[in-house]
Design a protein around this ligand. Sequence first.
Ligand SMILES: Cc1ncc(COP(=O)(O)O)c(C=O)c1O
Length: 338
Amino acid sequence: MIDLRSDTVTAPSAAMREVIASAPVGDDVYGDDPAVNALEERVAALFGKEAGLFTPTGSLANQLMMRTLVQPGQEILAETNSHVVRAELGAAATFSGITSRTWLAPSGTLRAEDPLAIAAPNAGPYLVSTAAIAIENTHNFGGGTVQPLDQMKLLHEQAHEMGIAIHLDGARIWNAHVASGVTLAEYGNSVLVTRALELFSLADVDPAIANIIAYNLADSIDAVAMTTLRGGSNVIYSGSTATSTADALLALATALGTRDQASAAVDAAAEATDAANAATDAANAAAEAADAATAAAQDAADAVAALSTQVSEMVAALKKQITSLTNLVIKIQKKVRA
Ligand SMILES: Cc1ncc(COP(=O)(O)O)c(C=O)c1O
């Protein structure tokens, strides 16, 4: 009997269990898990993304992407019956301070104009600004609706122009891929997809039971999120903007470092200028002091010269007086003797 309540009730086959049991493992925190590393690289490549991040559940993938794309106090738009709005316990609000508004679509079928009609990217100081739009492919509560690619592209293009990011909850992107024939690469906007399950040697597994992919289309470039193997093993692959975020942070740090260096250089230049000005002032003061000293010395020399002239004149006058006195004394003596 085939249990059609949900794809989530499926269990891994013996072959799948064998591959899982013999998979090389390691500490993923240190980047030491070869299977996780290979999975992240492979799925990122399949979707034409620069990086991927493994997460243990699709809900976590959704939450991470919403938190990455939307700041607290901003909003994400989503269809009324989407998983992020109805089935994740309001975690985006609880954990990340994100509010949401919804649009209602029959069977969850995307029409780009619906979210665009309510999008408000720069709502001003009081209203909530739209930072992202979440779409779902296939749409679960819509009944497994495969989204029209042209509407996804149109939405992505127009949202991009408005500065709004797109998050695609691709829990069942492979269902969409199988049903529509649109490649994962096309969904991811580049690399051609061949066998995404090869990593687990699961070629014998029906894609319908191994196809939960949480896939992030944030700006169609940065990242990919993906899940393989629903049921039992529940291996989920989630994309993130980790690499580009790290790059951005690095660039920011570099820019800040350069700015700090530049401002340190400006400070040093200002200090050097101050020092040079102080040295110039000191030199000017010294020159003025030297001029004053020279003038004082000159004055002193002039005064000494004037004094010595006066003294010489006085000496000469005294000599004359002494001579005439002497003559007078001689005359008086002569008269006294006579
Ligand atoms: C559309 C959609 N997104 C996300 C999820 C969450 O996946 P998980 O149960 O691994 O958290 C589901 C689960 O079925 C889903 O249908």
